[in-house]
Design a protein around this ligand. Structure first.
Ligand code: HEC
Length: 101
C-alpha cells in the first residue's frame, strides 16, 4: 500500500483503527464471533447441548439469546451443569452459529 500523493495524517489513523477493528476478533481467539466457525466444533457443540442443556429445564433454543447473552448464560450454566471448558466452548460455538445474532 504505497501512496504517491501524501495523504492527510487522519487517513492513516483511520486506516490503522479500521485494521485494528478487523483484526480484533482473530486476536480474541476461538470464543469470538467467527464468521466461519469450525464445523466440527459446531457439531460437537450441538451434541453436547442436546445431551446437557435439557437435563434440568427444557432445551433452550439457540435463537432465544444473542451471542453476548449466550456468553453470560453458558458461563452460568457451565457451573450449574459441571461442564468442561471444552464443552462450554463447543456449546457456545453451536449456539452462536445457530442464532443469526
Ligand atoms: C444442573 C441443571 C442445569 C443444567 C444442566 C443446565 N441448566 Fe440452564 N438453568 C438451570 C437453572 C436452575 C436455571 C434458573 C436460573 C438459575 O437459578 O441459575 C437455568 C436457567 C437457564 C437460562 C435462563 C437464563 C439464565 O442464564 O439464567 C438459560 C438460557 C439456560 N439455563 C440455558 C442452559 C444451557 C444452554 C445449558 C447447557 C449448557 C443449561 N442451561 C444447562 C439449571 C441447569
Amino acid at each position: 500500500m504505497t501512496r504517491h500523493t501524501p495523504a492527510p495524517i487522519w487517513i492513516g489513523t483511520a486506516l490503522a483503527a479500521a485494521l485494528l477493528l478487523t483484526a480484533a476478533p482473530a486476536l480474541a481467539g476461538p470464543d469470538a464471533k467467527a464468521k466461519t466457525p469450525d464445523p466440527m466444533q459446531v457439531v460437537r457443540g450441538a451434541k453436547a447441548w442436546k445431551n446437557n442443556c435439557g437435563r434440568c429445564h427444557n432445551l433452550r433454543s439457540p435463537k432465544e439469546l444473542t451471542d453476548e447473552e449466550w456468553d453470560v448464560s453458558v458461563a452460568h450454566m457451565r457451573v450449574r451443569a459441571n461442564l468442561t471448558g471444552f464443552d462450554e466452548r463447543d456449546i457456545k460455538a453451536f449456539l452462536k452459529a445457530s442464532n443469526n445474532k
